[in-house]
Design a protein around this ligand. Structure first.
Ligand code: DHB
Ligand code: FE
Length: 290
């Protein structure tokens, strides 16, 4: 049986990818960000997953205003880094896991969640920056990410966006799906995006440290209650792009303590990090182990 052994949460700032790709990661500004991921890179080596289920948002790169899936699961064998306007990031392509992805699609859709099935998709900074942060810089030609990745894209760009409540319940359904896959696989689920930030309008540059840290506390200790937070609260308190944080609730909903059948103990906090600033964003990062 496949099982979810850990969840990882991290911001996905595109400038972090640019800092890595342009050799700026040793500059003092970026050192303070990357320092928070030194533990995580070692942790990834010590807890190497067989598959990463990576919840992220596409930033009008693979999808556009012409077609906006609320939840989209990648069932392809591979995904290319997207061109976001400056050429694709020089990172390895992403290998998928079609067998597990198709199984999760089958299970979750039959469990009443309407997913869009995506057989071709380029992946933008929302997916590649978390991989770079957690796995370190990789040689684009001879390097490879440590394991296959199932990309799961959530619309948090164009309203209406899904509620935190729905995201949390979806995470619970993803856990049920993984646990009914008949192969011994160690699966990590990642929730990415956030934390507080706003990229446009009169409030551009908004950061809310107190709110972010309370969100991290509640994500660990009372995720089901946190999932009730209406989206207007994210936008008011964490900025218009702070809404990306609903994706963290998908990963948290897949942990053992909130399982709908045979719940387990609370997860252990293996690592917690918070830093301001990185570009226009507060960077938050958690690793929870089942
Ligand atoms: C920034 C942050 C994001 O989440 C994003 O998608 C684009 C830009 C930023 O901080 O600049
Ligand atoms: Fe973003």
């Amino acid at each position: 049986m496949a099982r979810i052994t850990a969840s990882v949460y991290t911001s996905h700032v595109p400038a972090i990818g640019a800092a890595l790709d342009l050799g700026k990661s040793h500059e003092p500004y970026w050192q303070k960000v990357f320092a928070g991921y030194e533990f995580s890179k070692q942790w990834m080596k010590d807890h190497k997953p067989d598959v990463i289920f990576l919840v992220f948002n596409d930033h009008a790169t693979a999808f556009s205003l012409e077609m906006i899936p609320t939840f989209a699961i990648g069932t392809a064998a591979s995904y290319a880094p997207a061109d976001e306007g400056w050429g694709p990031r020089p990172v390895p392509g992403v290998q998928g896991h079609p067998a597990l992805a198709s199984h999760i699609a089958q299970s979750v859709i039959q469990d009443d969640f309407d997913l869009t099935i995506v057989n071709r998709m380029d992946v933008d900074h929302g997916l590649t920056v978390p991989l770079s942060l957690m796995c370190g810089a990789q040689d684009p030609k001879n390097g490879a990410w440590p394991c296959p990745v199932i990309p799961f894209a959530v619309n948090v760009v164009q309203y209406p966006v899904p509620s935190g409540r729905r995201c949390f319940a979806l995470g619970q359904a993803i856990r049920r799906a993984v646990e009914s896959f008949d192969e011994d696989l160690n699966v990590h689920i990642w929730g990415t995006g956030g934390m507080s930030h706003q990229l446009q309008g009169p409030r551009a540059g908004l950061i809310n440290r107190e709110w972010d840290n309370r969100f991290l506390d509640r994500l660990i200790d009372e995720p089901a209650e946190l999932a009730q937070l209406p989206h207007i609260d994210y936008v008011r308190d964490a900025g218009s792009e702070g809404i990306e944080l609903v994706m963290w609730l998908i990963a948290r909903g897949a942990m053992a303590d909130v399982a709908t059948a045979h719940p387990g103990p609370k997860p252990q906090v293996a690592h917690r990090f918070y830093h301001v600033p990185a570009s226009n964003t507060a960077v938050g990062h958690l690793i929870l182990e089942n």
